[in-house]
Design a protein around this ligand. Structure first.
Ligand SMILES: Nc1ncnc2c1ncn2[C@@H]1O[C@H](COP(=O)(O)OP(=O)(O)OP(=O)(O)O)[C@@H](O)[C@H]1O
Ligand SMILES: [Mg+2]
Length: 252
């Protein structure tokens, strides 16, 4: 298998507490790879390490065969690894369309700091609309982002994350807080946007994980507990124990 991302013994300590503890992970190119585990297992910290938002205490990270350990987030994003956040990354006072245009503008070499929606070139509009169509938001493109219901805001976040056309997209709990209808919609959407790229998905909703992912890594207390297919993972006694003891959404 060709690994697009590979970590070796990746460790992050916060004042002696190992949030990520010796994680060796290989993500296969073109796959959807889920990271699951109870609250506090270190999933978001692992994403922060991969995307360069925090630097590891020890261990290494390779992306497309290149050592990116210690590289900063903007540089890693430019190389093609982009993450979404658990928190909102939307400009609520801008229209849905302008949110995507800002994201598209940010990937050009222009100083995005000086970007003004009113003066934006029309040039970005077709691509922005295409991204909105991909996430099912084309009809709402003129609305203020603030007017979108929660589930649709998360769809807009996905469009924003896709603007730099990342090779690999790290999605942290894309269905968190969503009503069932929206969960189904976002899940389908993730399946669609995964065509032609790699997706790493942190997700508590195990039916979404089962539907989407080819490979699953289960984390517990900073470490990899088990790795395998959904069928392998769900029947593993260690996973069952971790979920029963760990309290995270255990409807496997
Ligand atoms: N900046 C930080 N400083 C100190 N401790 C931290 C920091 N970031 C995370 N931690 C701790 O590291 C552990 C792992 O946190 P992390 O957010 O990675 O877990 P998670 O698996 O994403 O959990 P959840 O499912 O609740 O999102 C937790 O105990 C958390 O309190
Ligand atoms: Mg988290």
């Amino acid at each position: 298998m060709a690994a697009i991302v590979e970590t070796r013994d990746l460790t992050k300590s916060f004042s002696g507490f190992r949030a990520v503890d010796g994680v060796s992970l290989a993500v296969e190119e073109g796959s959807i790879h889920a990271i699951i585990g109870p609250n506090g297992a270190g999933k978001t910290s692992l994403f922060n390490l991969l995307s360069g938002f925090i630097a590891p205490t020890s261990g290494s990270i390779a992306f497309c065969g290149r050592d990116i350990t210690g590289m900063d987030a903007p540089r890693i994003a430019r190389l093609g690894m982009v993450r979404s956040f658990q928190i909102n990354s939307i400009f609520t006072h801008l229209s849905v369309l302008d949110n995507v245009k800002v994201a598209l503008e940010a990937r050009t070499d222009l100083p995005s700091r000086f970007w003004l929606p009113g003066t934006a070139t029309k040039r970005l509009e077709p691509r922005a609309l295409e991204l909105l169509r991909d996430v099912g938001l084309e009809r709402e493109h003129r609305l203020l982002a603030a007017q979108l219901p929660y589930g649709r805001k998360r769809a807009l976040e996905l469009a924003i994350s896709l603007a730099p056309d990342p090779q690999i997209l790290l999605l942290d709990e894309p269905t968190a807080g969503m009503a069932t209808d929206d969960v189904g919609r976002i899940s389908k959407l993730i399946g669609r946007i995964a065509a032609g790229r790699t997706v790493v998905l942190v997700e508590h909703n195990l039916s979404v994980v089962a539907d989407l992912s080819q490979r699953i890594t289960v984390m517990q207390r900073g470490k990899v507990l088990v790795e395998g297919t959904y069928e392998q993972v769900r029947s593993d006694q260690r996973v069952i124990d971790a979920y029963l003891g760990g309290g995270a959404g255990a409807h496997a």
